[in-house]
Design a protein around this ligand. Structure first.
Ligand code: ADP
Ligand code: MG
Length: 704
């Protein structure tokens, strides 16, 4: 359905081709509809006028009314040149400062005239000022659309420099609304609007840009958030409902030799949670429906064993299984651990990674295609087209957050019938986020750690304590323990990071000289062989200290390591810190995590460090992370293919709406699983539009 709203943005009065290009590039606004759906991110009450005495540099945008009493230009270099106008009201004086557009503002401002200045107060040399305020005459029409709450739109440097300010964006919105509001079709069925008491799309769009008061704004926001989250859930749940109606999944009813032999030769009993989760999975795997399950379990909860036992179920039923890890180091570790677990069963296992030699590949690939190899462990290399299974029955993806939806779907294509899928994540995903990211997946939780684990004591330290930390390290090594020292590695400052690591490493070998102490080092710039060599050195207990970048973050298992020192800890996110900390505390010894930071830290960094010292509960940390940073920043989520770019909803704040929208979607699908009823025609069209625009996941093409 083409509509007037699909008109290209360049045809909107005041825009034209040049500005249109900028709007497209910078803000993703291509059409009138995009513009209308470009919502303010906050609002300013412009009915309130402050007095100068009331102003404080901590305030957000406000307005003051006063007379200009003097003007001057200052600074002689082009960079420091500025125009300063002093504004006075009955309570005091302040400066209005302009660095740009000086000529224009100089002509506009008249000494002795009264103005309304609108901007953010700041302080310079003890005097309150405003930099680049918006200036209006008290008689100017500034209350667009009759609204006293002004929407503030996000912008970019380039947009601002092109002369499109907030005022212009408001004007664009008003133009579109005035001309086309009546031709905007409703996007939710009437019966749902009534049931949920939501306002119409028209009202919502009008009031999101130009609310008359907080109550109308809230109503508009609620409607738009509800719609966004409802369609997201409807799309995901519909896919799930199609999957659940399909009885063509691989059936794996048998518990055979492989499973039993592995199980009975374990040196420890399964935890209650492991037992429960394996039961949940086996009931999926024998149901005739394709399993699509997310296994969440905090670091150290024993996910690998669960994956291995489920893989053995597949093997016992005559199928192959694969276990995919995000990094080479982890795949190798997995391979080693899994081989040991499989030893009593005689089930054949192989490793395939990017660095598997051509010669080995030549032997491996045919053995995989013939079914001789039962379990394949590896990295992304597993999803290459040349990798052909005889009959893949289960695909396990470890540390899901590093894999995209795209990659998941390529696994599906490895088999005539979609294999069962188990995704395992150690990043505890808050419930809200899990529902959005994985609304299509069933979720199992390993909420119990193997017995005997002692909580890791977490401490914060700065450079002045370095000597004491070295002494502590020596004590621990003397007691037979091993130590991780981790450096951050961030793409943007990669060079500096490697330099820091190198310097740190040198400092350590100076303090801990060979042969008394052995220090291994692992980072991304090494050859794979070197990396493997040093990793082995540490894993086998021969090295006392491992200096590494965050590559060791995922999955490395060295139970004898009891100290984790994280350098520049303020640069890591909460969940990454938690992952790293999870590398220790796996043995029976008391373990420590030491967070090294600079003296100066931002408020957020300080909060993160404090939280780490307070709690070792991964879910609590993940919730806090979501609250503090918003879901967009959550580690890995951008790569994991968040099902949809959320436009207006905020997963941290709108979990209530999400929950409700999900219930509604469930109810709708229960009554009409394929949305075939005429009253749901609109839902179907909307879903296909969203899907076409890439706003819904499409990795289910296989079965739907
Ligand atoms: P993660 O969930 O972080 O992947 P792992 O699978 O690496 O955890 O397991 C962590 C450690 O716990 C391993 O050394 C593993 O052998 C051990 N482990 C797993 N299950 C149990 C259990 N039921 N009892 C005792 N130790 C266990
Ligand atoms: Mg693991």
């Amino acid at each position: 359905m083409a509509s007037i709203l699909d008109t290209e943005i360049k045809y909107l009065p005041g825009i034209g081709p040049k500005r249109a290009e900028l709007l497209e590039k910078e803000l993703g606004i291509f059409t009138f509809r995009d513009m209308l759906h470009f919502f303010p991110f906050r609002y300013i009450d412009r009915s309130k006028v402050y007095t100068i005495r009331e102003l404080e540099p901590t305030m957000a945008y406000i307005q003051v009314r006063g007379k200009i009493v003097s003007c001057s230009t200052a600074g002689d270099s082009p960079r420091s040149k500025r125009f300063v106008a002093t504004l006075q009201d009955p309570t005091g004086r302040m400066d209005l400062v302009f660095f740009k557009g000086i000529k224009w503002i100089q002509e506009k401002l008249k000494v002795g005239q009264e103005y309304i200045a609108f901007g953010k107060p700041s302080e310079f040399n003890g005097i309150i000022n405003m930099v680049h305020p918006e200036i209006n005459l008290p008689t100017d029409e500034i209350l667009y659309g009759g609204s006293s709450m002004m929407g503030v739109y996000s912008s970019t440097e380039k947009i601002k420099n092109s002369g499109i300010g907030n005022k212009q964006i408001s004007k664009f919105q008003l133009t579109i609304l005035e001309k086309y509001l009546d031709s905007i079709p409703e996007s939710l069925p009437q019966y749902l609007l009534q049931k949920k008491n939501l306002c119409s799309l028209k009202d919502a769009l009008k009031n999101i840009h130009f609310p008359t008061d907080n109550a109308t704004l809230a109503r508009a926001q609620l409607r738009l958030k509800y719609e966004e989250l409802f369609y997201l859930q409807l799309g995901l749940l519909k896919q799930k409902s199609i999957r659940m109606r399909n009885d063509g999944g691989i059936r794996m009813p048998k518990v055979g030799d492989g499973f039993n032999k592995c199980y009975s030769s374990l040196p420890y009993p399964l935890t209650g949670a492991q037992k429960r989760v394996i039961k949940e999975m086996h009931s999926d795997m024998k149901s005739g429906k394709q399993m699509n399950r997310l296994l969440q379990g905090d670091v150290g909860s024993g996910k690998t064993l669960v994956a291995v036992l489920c893989s053995l179920l597949a093997v016992d039923n005559g199928y192959q299984a694969c276990i995919m890890a995000p990094t080479e180091v982890l795949a190798q570790q997995h391979y080693k651990g899994i081989s040991e677990l499989l030893a009593p069963t005689g089930v054949s296992v192989a490793l395939l990674t990017g660095s598997t030699k051509a010669k080995e590949r030549k032997e491996l690939l045919p053995a995989l295609a013939s079914g001789e190899i039962k379990i394949l462990v590896g990295t992304h290399a597993l999803i290459e087209d040349v990798v052909v299974f005889k009959n893949l029955g289960l695909a396990v993806i470890d540390e899901q957050h590093r894999f995209g939806v795209e990659q998941r779907s390529r696994l599906w294509e490895k088999s005539a019938i979609a294999p069962h899928i188990l995704v395992m994540t150690a990043t505890p995903i808050p419930r809200t986020l899990a529902m959005t990211l994985y609304g299509d997946l069933d979720v199992s939780v390993l909420d119990e750690l193997p017995p005997g684990r002692k909580p890791v004591q977490t401490l914060h330290a700065t450079e002045t304590q370095r000597g004491r930390i070295f002494a502590f390290m020596k004590e621990q090594i003397k007691a037979g323990r091993q130590i991780f020292v981790v450096y951050p590695l961030i793409k943007e400052s990669e060079k500096m990071d490697y330099k820091n690591l190198q310097e740190g490493y040198e400092a350590i070998i100076q303090e801990f000289p060979a042969p008394e102490y052995i220090t291994a080092v692992v980072h991304g710039k090494q050859k794979n062989e070197d990396k493997q060599h040093d990793m082995d050195l540490f894993a086998s207990g021969r090295a006392h200290i491992l200096v590494a970048t965050s590559v060791i973050e995922v999955g490395v298992n060295v139970p004898n390591a009891s100290v984790m020192i994280i350098e520049s800890a303020e640069r890591f996110g909460l969940s990454q810190l938690h992952q790293l900390r999870g590398r220790v505390g796996r043995g029976s010894e008391k373990s420590y995590c030491i967070l090294m930071t600079g003296y100066k830290m931002s408020k957020e960094s300080r909060q993160r460090i404090e939280l780490m010292c307070q709690t070792s509960d991964g879910f609590e940390l993940a919730e806090a992370d979501l609250r503090m940073r918003g879901p967009g920043d959550l580690e890995g989520t951008s790569q994991s293919g968040l099902a949809m770019d959320l436009h207006i909803s905020n997963l941290a704040k709108d979990s209530q709406i999400l929950e409700d929208a999900r219930q509604l979607a469930l109810a709708v699908l229960e009554a009409d699983p394929l949305l075939e009823h005429p009253s749901n025609a609109l839902l179907r069209t909307q879903l296909s539009v969203l899907k076409k625009n890439g706003n819904l996941p499409t990795d289910y093409s296989q079965i739907s």
